[in-house]
Design a protein around this ligand. Sequence first.
Ligand SMILES: Nc1ncnc2c1ncn2[C@@H]1O[C@H](COP(=O)(O)OP(=O)(O)OP(=O)(O)O)[C@@H](O)[C@H]1O
Ligand SMILES: [Mg+2]
Length: 326
Amino acid sequence: MKELLRIENLRLYFDTEEGTVKALEDVNLSVKEGEIVGVVGETGSGKSITAMSILKLIPSPPARMLSGKIWFDGQEISSFDEEKMREIRGKKIAMIFQEPMTSLNPTFTVGEQLCDVLMTHEKIEKKQAIEKIIEVFKLVRMQDPVALLDKYPHQLSGGMRQRVMIAMALLCNPKLLIADEATTALDVTIQAQILGLIKRMNEQLKLSVLLITHNFGIVAQICDKVAVMYAGYVVEIADIKEVFARPRHPYTRGLLSAIPPIDRKVERLRIIEGSVPNLIEPPSGCRFHPRCERFVPGVCDVEAPKLAGDEHMVACFNPYNGGGSR
Ligand SMILES: Nc1ncnc2c1ncn2[C@@H]1O[C@H](COP(=O)(O)OP(=O)(O)OP(=O)(O)O)[C@@H](O)[C@H]1O
Ligand SMILES: [Mg+2]
């Protein structure tokens, strides 16, 4: 499979009154054509900032990109100016967020907003735009697509709004969909439907997906590959089955053992002791070392480990060598 997206050594800081927030230190990640890649990690690990960096959606200042290159479909988009980025956003790479109301305008009908999106990107007449929107509504299995055009966002349920968002994202046939916690606010049944929909779009349209979530269970359901982030680093990346069967980074193991097993009752779930570090003065060396059960003094607190390996990559001086996670 051809590589569609590659992020190389992305380092991004924020200059704030309290000091410099070292939000992304060394992010490396790639998505192949037709692949669904999950990005997991605790709050503040840098998942959203990574996603927004791809589309250059972070205002600078306060953000400062110190290093890194982003490649998309053979082009180095990190060097693109605003005009060229507008060609990429929405058209080649679409993004959906947790809260659809931040992307939908409450004062316009769904039809008006989607027409606007389509007619900005493609030179087509309104009649053709409406036809295309109805086609996409059918694709995302919206009931009564014609009536939906005249509805205002507040007249829809949360799940329907999220479907409208996905329809909007698919309108211009993007190659990559970035979904940032897109199902987190929905109840489990609707969440499963939306994930099913994303999977179907991936299969039918060969849509590649970067799926950001703090929930390993979601990753297990639909992803081909998973990248685990911790405090501004990608610490492990591999095929989903491989990560579940042989997690190598102690942090990944910790995350996996916090998922309740379905086959037996447990007294108490294991949790990773401690909390995510302050990114203004992060720990020296590996940022996970103060919480790590395999910490090697004089090694892990001195230098930050690089992501290494072929298929199964891990950034750790003392990783596990395989075996189950529980
Ligand atoms: N505008 C900003 N100014 C300063 N720091 C910021 C800014 N935006 C993000 N950060 C910091 O960057 C780090 C990464 O944030 P990010 O939003 O990417 O985390 P996340 O992994 O998406 O978390 P969550 O699961 O809560 O969505 C955090 O420490 C956050 O406080
Ligand atoms: Mg986030």
